[in-house]
Design a protein around this ligand. Structure first.
Ligand code: PLP
Length: 484
């Protein structure tokens, strides 16, 4: 039997530039395949040179993994013929020296997902991307909206819901999205979801077959990568430049394309109009779905934001995803989709079955919060604040580091991308920073394949004005010596 599947299996499971050496990862993955009998005794492994080439690894990396497995009795080389799983491998087979794998009851997909998912060391702090200014959220008004609705909540809201979200909120959102993002939809097309992440996960399951390919921005949002992995899809990393996603115009797109056109995550590029039109045309030619993730489009500092990609879509293939996580607070876990009409019913049914709809009490309070003007006021306030903080960050960095740290992507959003020179060790910097309680996000974390640029994703929205200078001093102290 051909062993090509081994390469397909290994490709998405190796984390480049992660803390664990690639030969160790390869060793662990192969060992697990053997232990779970997915690679039976006598199976041939790919030749080390071919495997190294296809996986874009050094040959020594592969040889070192094979050698370790051979030393532990899992593999044997047969002279002139290749490397094979030991026939003798059975229940009495030697146990590996280090039991450092995840629990065996996880599926292979579960292991890959768990390996690819990291829990951040700390969730709040200077430069943590995606952290809004929580202290200035109008908590009092929000509490009032909640309390008022709580007092009059119908009993039915205590039960399971399957309407696709509170109709009142769906109607308000369709007007809001039309006004602010030029989204074209009926309120019936708006579906309220328990967070954008759960929507990405369900969309990947609904719109593609296991084993299908999905296009993902590279570098890109790790949550989207995880959603595709959870659905059994293969991610094809598509490069991003200063105008956003840059697919080969001659390439046939897959069924599912994920993009962040308003503010590419994490490079901050805004997708240009020609790129948007080209992407739509390409998707139309191949009958693909495009998931447009508009996670922080409200914070646009240029004159006027470009209309959503969805507004240019002529034939209902763009699925618009928006979230309250950045404009209100992430703990709310509330987001929304604008679906092409034909997807509304299947999506609603699957959401009700697989995820549930979240709290209607909260949805009603959000509807009031918007109706009473608190929402728009808070966004206006935060837009000014974040723009100012971005300027503070830029100035402070420039004063300390001059032009040694180019910054990208400030037209919108809550973070900047700081460019680091080729060959810079972002992981070493992250570790050194963590020792000083500074939590940095290497750009390398956002690549599926070998990173083609170096950088840091610097969140600035949650850094109080008075804390900006000390935080930048700390960062600059770390960078100064490393940039020389
Ligand atoms: C690009 C992108 N999309 C989606 C989300 C997640 O949104 P939610 O909190 O609604 O799951 C994030 C969160 O940081 C994000 O960065």
């Amino acid at each position: 039997m051909s062993n090509d599947w081994i390469v397909d299996y290994l490709q998405p499971r190796l984390t480049r530039n992660g803390p664990e050496h690639l030969s160790r990862q390869l060793y662990r993955q192969l060992r697990e395949l053997i232990r779970l009998r997915r690679l039976a005794g006598g199976s041939a492994l790919p030749a080390s040179r071919a495997l190294a080439q296809t996986l874009r690894l050094g040959r020594n990396t592969v040889l070192s993994a094979y050698d370790q497995l051979a030393a532990e009795g899992y593999l044997e080389s047969r002279h002139g013929s290749g490397t094979y799983v030991c026939d003798a491998f059975g229940d009495a087979a030697p146990q590996p020296a280090h039991a450092d794998t995840l629990p065996r009851q996880l599926s292979l997909r579960g292991q890959a997902l768990a390996n690819a998912s990291r829990l951040p060391a700390r969730k709040l702090g200077a430069f943590v991307p995606g952290q809004p200014e929580l202290g200035l959220f109008p908590h009092k008004q929000w509490q009032q909206c909640l309390s008022r609705r709580q007092r009059s909540a119908p009993l039915a809201w205590l039960h399971y819901q399957h309407q696709g979200g509170l109709p009142e909120l769906r109607a308000i959102l369709s007007q809001y999205l039309h006004l602010t993002r030029s989204v074209r939809c009926q309120s019936e097309q708006v579906v309220i979801v328990p967070g954008a992440q759960s929507a990405l996960t369900l969309l990947a399951q609904l719109l593609a077959e296991p084993g299908d390919t999905a296009w993902i921005e590279e570098p890109g949002y790790t949550g989207a990568q995880a959603a595709m992995l959870a659905a059994g899809l293969r991610c094809q990393a598509i490069r991003v430049d200063s105008q956003g996603l840059l697919p080969d115009p001659a390439a046939d797109p897959p069924r599912l394309i994920y993009a962040t056109p308003a503010h590419q995550y994490p490079t901050g590029a805004v997708m240009s109009l020609p790129r948007r039109l080209e992407l739509l045309a390409q998707a139309r030619r191949h009958d693909s779905w495009i998931v447009e993730d508009d996670y922080d489009g409200e914070f646009c500092y240029a004159s006027a934001p470009l209309a959503a990609l969805q507004s240019l879509d002529q034939d209902g293939r763009v699925i618009y995803v928006g979230t309250f996580s950045k404009v209100m607070f992430p703990g709310l876990k509330l987001a929304y989709l604008v679906l092409p009409a034909e997807l509304v019913d299947p999506y609603r049914r699957c959401q009700a079955r697989l995820q549930g709809e979240g709290s209607y009490l909260q949805q009603a309070a959000v509807a009031d919060f918007i109706e009473q003007g608190h929402f728009a006021r808070h966004i206006r306030h935060m837009r000014e604040l974040y723009q100012r903080r971005q300027q503070l960050l830029r100035h402070a960095l420039e004063q300390r580091l001059g032009s040694a740290l180019p910054l990208h992507g400030g037209d919108a959003g809550m973070h900047l991308l700081a460019e680091l020179p080729d060959g810079f060790d972002e992981w070493e910097l992250q570790a050194a920073a963590a020792e000083r309680q500074l939590w940095l996000r290497p750009l390398a974390r956002h690549f599926l394949d070998t990173p083609y640029r170096n950088g840091l994703v610097l969140g600035y929205a949650g850094i109080a004005d008075h804390a900006m200078r000390p935080a930048v001093q700390q960062l600059a102290d770390l960078l100064e010596t490393r940039l020389q």
